[in-house]
Design a binder for this molecule. Structure first.
Ligand SMILES: O=c1ccn([C@@H]2O[C@H](COP(=O)(O)O)[C@@H](O)[C@H]2O)c(=O)[nH]1
Length: 232
């Protein structure tokens, strides 16, 4: 089996031609492709098939969160149409929903990743929705629930990675967004961020990077720069 790339580029654009162009440039630079809600709501699985260069590693970031039967059906549909390398569900959907997602993925090559606490949230945001702070405790709590349901891995912030690794061990996959290279303009709506090298050093297996690549003057050059920084 070919190893999956360290970095996945988030193709968070609505225009199909622009997404296709970005996907071609970024895949050629050696990163995988992540299609999420903005693109998927506009273009669906057919759009992903059109925008994705043949064979490019695919992360379908749908962050599914619903009753168990609905999530089981949605995971089955995603695998039937696209068979992505990775697919996300929200770990906060609860044990039965997570078990249903894993049931639908059984026998496929798709790895199911549980989103713990979004990288755009901090302690005060958790408080506002009635969840117990600190964020890190909630991340660990949700990962434990996910482990019980035998999820393949988790989405967490780079600032959570070391604690989560120490809790869950080496085997589960850690896919980490909230990445900002030192040369990136700003964090935007992300609240828990670190650089690519810091995230890998703390235990991330894969990184998700969106705007620092897609909004760069030369997205492929920006992706190559990140990969060179990681190699160094
Ligand atoms: O906790 C999460 C889960 C998913 N994401 C997704 O990653 C990218 C990040 O994009 P940037 O432009 O690098 O901020 C985006 O597609 C999110 O939906 C996340 O950021 N945090």
């Amino acid at each position: 089996m070919t190893a999956l790339p360290k970095v996945f580029a988030a193709i968070d654009v609505r225009d199909l031609d622009r997404a296709t162009e970005l996907a071609a440039q970024l895949a050629a630079a050696g990163v995988g492709l992540k299609f999420g809600l903005e693109f998927f709501v506009a273009h669906g699985a057919a759009g992903v098939e059109r925008a994705r260069p043949a064979g490019a590693p695919l992360f379908l970031d749908l962050k599914l969160h619903d009753i168990p039967a609905t999530v089981e059906g949605a995971v089955a549909s995603a695998i039937e149409t696209l068979e992505p390398d990775f697919l996300t569900v929200h770990s906060s959907g609860g044990p039965a929903m997570l078990t249903a997602a894993m049931k639908a993925a059984r026998g496929s090559r798709t790895k199911i990743l549980g989103v713990t606490v979004l990288t755009s949230l901090d302690d005060s945001d958790l408080d506002a929705v009635g969840q117990k702070a600190p964020v890190l405790d909630q991340v660990v709590r949700l990962a434990r629930t996910g482990l019980h349901a035998e999820l393949d891995g988790f989405i967490c912030a780079p600032t959570d990675a070391a604690t989560l690794r120490a809790t869950i061990g080496r085997a589960p996959i850690l896919m980490v967004p909230g990445i900002r290279p030192a040369w990136a303009a700003d964090a935007g709506d992300q609240k828990r961020v670190l650089t690519p090298a810091q995230a890998i050093a703390l235990g991330a297996d894969h990184l998700v990077i969106g705007r620092p690549l897609t909004q760069a003057a030369d997205p492929a050059a920006a992706a190559r720069k990140v990969l060179a920084e990681l190699a160094a």
